[in-house]
Design a protein around this ligand. Structure first.
Ligand SMILES: [Mg+2]
Length: 218
């Protein structure tokens, strides 16, 4: 029986997807759920104990193996197809889809972290949106807590729906500490407070939450 899961995607690269995937995996695990973590392809990977893949695996309680967390990991910190090519390889499109198999057998919930944004390429053919659809998973859409978050987030939510995908949650991720006070509308903190409130007003029934900087980096 296929297990439940979530596909973590973003409005762009560098918006805090991994931190959100880690937080969700840790929450599920703390709730007693057997949680899996799957990164279909990753680039810029150095296995030094602090790579995204290792951090995801730790958050889930080290289930299965690191090679099953990410069956296709490449060293160059560029897009996956180009990072594979640097090593004389190609992204295996079928493995992107089949790599979730062991997790579906072993776990009750699989947290899948895409690469880049929803319409970023994963392989020569597949975009993130294609894989999310083929895996049959609802999306968690992540954006960074900074100016422009309303427009970026609504664009991706609407594009996802136009592709027939379900949006389970929006998470605004603090990728850096925010200056100023939430009560000052001209400060970074005030801009983010307004942005989150505006998204909460416009997105129901989709829940919107913030993941604070400290909760990401402790
Ligand atoms: Mg990441």
């Amino acid at each position: 029986m296929p297990s439940l899961g979530l596909f973590i995607t973003g409005t762009d690269t560098g918006v805090g997807k991994t931190a959100v995937a880690i937080a969700i995996a840790a929450e599920r695990r703390a709730a007693g759920v057997r949680v899996g973590v799957y990164k279909p392809v990753a680039s810029g990977v150095v296995f030094d104990g602090s790579s995204d893949i290792e951090r995801l695996w730790e958050a889930a309680g080290r289930p299965l193996t690191l090679a099953e967390v990410c069956p296709q990991a490449f060293a160059a910190a560029i897009a996956p197809v180009q990072a594979a090519a640097v090593e004389g390889k190609r992204v295996d499109e079928q493995l992107l889809r089949d790599g979730i198999g062991p997790w579906r057998e072993a776990c009750e919930c699989v947290v899948v972290e895409g690469a880049g944004g929803l319409f970023s390429p994963l392989g020569e053919q597949s975009l993130n949106v294609d894989l999310a659809r083929d895996l049959g998973l609802p999306l968690v859409i992540v954006d960074a807590a900074r100016l422009g978050m309303i427009g970026r987030t609504l664009t991706v939510v609407r594009a996802a729906r136009a592709e027939g995908l379900e949006v389970a949650e929006v998470v605004i991720s603090h990728v850096q500490p925010l200056a100023g006070s939430p009560d000052d509308p001209t400060s970074e903190a005030g801009i983010v407070r307004h942005g989150v409130e505006e998204l909460m007003r416009r997105l129901p029934p989709v829940p919107v939450r913030e993941l604070g900087y400290h909760s990401l980096h402790e």
